[in-house]
Design a protein around this ligand. Sequence first.
Ligand SMILES: [Zn+2]
Ligand SMILES: [Zn+2]
Length: 301
Amino acid sequence: MQVVFLGTSSATPTPRRFLPAAVLARQGELFLFDCGEGTQIRFRKSRLKFTRLTWILISHMHGDHVTGLLGLLMSLQMAERQEPLRIVGPAGLQDYVLMNKRLLRTDFTFPLEFTEVAGEGALVYDGPEYVIEAGLLQHRVPCYGYAVAEKDRPGVFDLAAAAALGVPVGPLFGQLQQGRSVTLDDGQVVRPEQVLGPPRPGMRVAYVSDTRPCRNALVLARGADLLIHEATFAGELADEARAKRHCTATEAAEIARQAGAKRLVLTHFSPRYLDLEPLRAEAATTFEPVECAHDLFEVEL
Ligand SMILES: [Zn+2]
Ligand SMILES: [Zn+2]
């Protein structure tokens, strides 16, 4: 997996930082978290092809998180996309897209599949390889954080062990790999654990923005290999963070610590900060490893 940050500012763009967007790349599939204005411009600067997008996960209907969506969809149309695109977000997102589509007299020939999340959250998707979870955060408007979590994969197939047990090369290999016991011609039963290494745990990436520290942030971040968390303000502006329903760098780090996350990347910085090192240093007193994202910052997992 790889995560590329496309925009890392909050509220307004700055000469160096575009508005919120981050892409998770997994096995040729792209997941976009939020779609601030200019997302497609940053996409073109990254090495990722936005035609590979399969999921767009929007946290909330504040303009800085969503106004890049129409331009991106129109560019996908111009690229003659055919495959369906799944768009997830709070109530109002579907209206926003479809009303703009109508007023701009544009058409999308690829299917848009909307999921509007309501209440405390939901299991948005449960597929063969991964799940997508949404959890209600605490912001000024309904806002959801997301986690993309891979399911555990079977262990590495041990060819030598299979040969030693007399398993012939062929379809029985596949059955063992899928976790099923097989019976050989001589009646011997071979169990998967005899030829498979230990299960390989799936990765978990959580995206939590915008919010006060809250229980669902912890739930999404629990054991995450990577937690992407907003840190709009430094600790000295804790009152402002509370009033505007955002987090300080310390509060983000505290979520990562309590959740047992393995790695924290901060984003969604107030435009007032030119140098982010003080925010990183502040967070690092509570949790490490922690980094501050910048536009086009890449994280390998
Ligand atoms: Zn925001
Ligand atoms: Zn917001």
